[in-house]
Design a protein around this ligand. Structure first.
Ligand SMILES: Nc1ncnc2c1ncn2[C@@H]1O[C@H](COP(=O)(O)OP(=O)(O)OP(=O)(O)O)[C@@H](O)[C@H]1O
Ligand SMILES: [Mg+2]
Length: 234
């Protein structure tokens, strides 16, 4: 049998039972110090937080300060391929786009990869005949929301690595995932560098967006000083 209490009975019982507890909570709250509202982070704290994120994404300390306003009229949409000679600012510009992405869309799945590290990881995965691992590397890199591949073309690659790079760029192009590649190479040289896959790699790159040539001096040298070696124009 179920007994239902009339509303007034319920109210009476509950109130009388809760009253001492309510009073105690009231006294505790009165004696608590005024809660300190969390103060918003200072610009210095925000900058430090951003720098920690960039380091965790693989950006080198020398590029932590890169911002788009370091450049004159940078394209609003990140170019897919930034090329030019040594020290002209390709990595600096790519990091500046990464910073804008993190500041406007959050850090999740926005990544900076040095091409050499990516290629070495791929090469090692094939060497130890863990083909599975190579496909995992490719599928992880394929899915990042924003990917910088810094210094494409550095180092020689086996056919398997060339094919893996093609797979990665094919996926990113096919899913229109924003990708910024920097390279000392022109697209012609990229095509030659990636053997049988070169032409198709370049075709994916061209189809993904703008090709930007950065000109200017090698910023690693003191201003006004010419490079002490022959500079090959890209
Ligand atoms: N617009 C800029 N404003 C301030 N500093 C810059 C700018 N561009 C580049 N730098 C600085 O100049 C140095 C060389 O730039 P960066 O590393 O981007 O060159 P790079 O074109 O990637 O060269 P490499 O082909 O050798 O990799 C870095 O210390 C970088 O932070
Ligand atoms: Mg660079």
């Amino acid at each position: 049998m179920t007994t239902t209490l009339a509303p007034e009975e319920t109210a009476g019982k509950t109130d009388s039972g809760l009253e001492p507890i309510k009073n105690r909570i009231g006294r505790i709250l009165e004696n608590m110090p005024p809660s300190a509202a969390p103060s918003p982070p200072t610009p210095e704290q925000e900058e430090q937080a951003l720098q920690r994120i960039l380091l965790s994404k693989g950006v080198f300390p020398v590029h932590l300060g890169a911002r788009l306003n370091d450049f004159h009229n940078p394209p609003e949409t990140p170019p897919v391929f930034i090329h030019g000679g040594a020290g002209v600012g390709k990595t600096h510009l790519a990091v500046a786009y990464l910073v804008r992405e993190i500041q406007t869309r959050g850090e999740a799945s926005r990544v900076f990869i040095r091409s050499v590290d990516l290629m070495n990881r791929l090469r090692d995965s094939f060497r130890s005949s863990y083909n599975q691992a190579a496909s995992e590397i490719i599928s992880a890199s394929s899915r990042y929301r924003f990917l910088v591949i810094d210094d494409l073309g550095a180092g020689r690659h086996t056919d398997l690595v060339q094919e893996a790079v093609y797979d990665l760029l094919d996926f990113r192009a096919g899913h229109r995932l924003p990708t910024v590649i920097t390279s000392n190479f022109s697209l012609d040289r990229v095509a030659n560098h990636y053997g049988d896959f070169g032409g198709r790699i370049v075709s994916r790159i061209v189809g993904m967006g703008e090709i930007l040539t950065l000109k200017g001096r090698d910023r690693r040298l003191p201003a006004g000083q010419p490079a002490p070696w022959p500079v090959r124009r890209v």
